[in-house]
Design a binder for this molecule. Structure first.
Ligand code: GDP
Length: 204
């Protein structure tokens, strides 16, 4: 799948503002600073479409991007930014929850984890929550260019053990080298071709 065009549609702070269209959606979520904006820009082939290094303030928003006029990439607010108030920092803000629980367009959630970090409560709880809601998940390791081959293998095994998942459900990515772009877009194009539904889950 090639990206022919991609544009920002809207930023939503409540579920009543989520866009209404027939497009399948692909959500990206993870801790602040995990590299989510950089990864989205790399995949979509535009340097500044998604603001990198943006510090989430008090307002947490979900950003929708239309891709190839037939699908949508959804940028969920980064979790756990230390400088936002504790009640906003807490897991599963109502906005994220309402999106993940109620969004029929959603086909796959890419849960981003920095390859150098051991997943913590946030990732474990999020994985459980996504599974409970029957949302297919792809664990997407970011910043893989920062580690050598052997270091990578070690980290991947630690992440597999921490999350109790299979090696096949992990993608390796880097915004510096473009690694992982093909794999992510192939998941997207499979869903577009199949017209897949939320219940037709990927193997995790
Ligand atoms: P976000 O808060 O999750 O949107 O994270 P950003 O995309 O703003 O990235 C946070 C920091 O990590 C920035 O300094 C990026 O340059 C850096 N970064 C993001 N992705 C990569 C990557 O794949 N490789 C390397 N080496 N650095 C990255």
């Amino acid at each position: 799948m090639k990206i022919k065009n991609a544009y920002f549609l809207k930023s939503c702070v409540s579920a009543s503002h989520f866009p209404s269209y027939p497009f399948p959606e692909f959500a990206f979520l993870g801790r602040s600073n995990v590299g989510k904006s950089s990864l989205l820009n790399m995949i979509l082939g535009q340097k500044d479409l998604v603001k990198t290094g943006a510090r989430p303030g008090v307002t947490q928003a979900i950003n929708f991007f239309i891709v190839n006029d037939n699908s949508s990439f959804v940028d969920l607010p980064g979790f756990g930014y230390a400088k936002v108030p504790a009640d906003i920092r807490k897991k599963f803000t109502p906005l994220i929850k309402s999106y993940l629980e109620g969004r029929d367009n959603l086909k796959v959630a890419f849960l981003l984890i920095d390859i150098r970090r051991t997943p913590g409560d946030f990732e474990e709880d999020m994985l459980e929550f996504l599974e409970k809601n029957r949302i297919p998940v792809v664990i997407t390791l970011t910043k893989c260019d920062k580690l050598s081959g052997n270091q990578r293998k070690k980290r991947i095994q630690e992440i597999i053990d921490a999350l109790d998942i299979g090696r096949d459900s992990i993608f390796l990515t880097s915004c510096k080298t473009g690694e992982g772009k093909k794999e992510i877009l192939s998941v997207v194009s499979d869903f577009i071709k199949q017209g897949g539904t939320k219940a037709e889950s990927l193997d995790t």
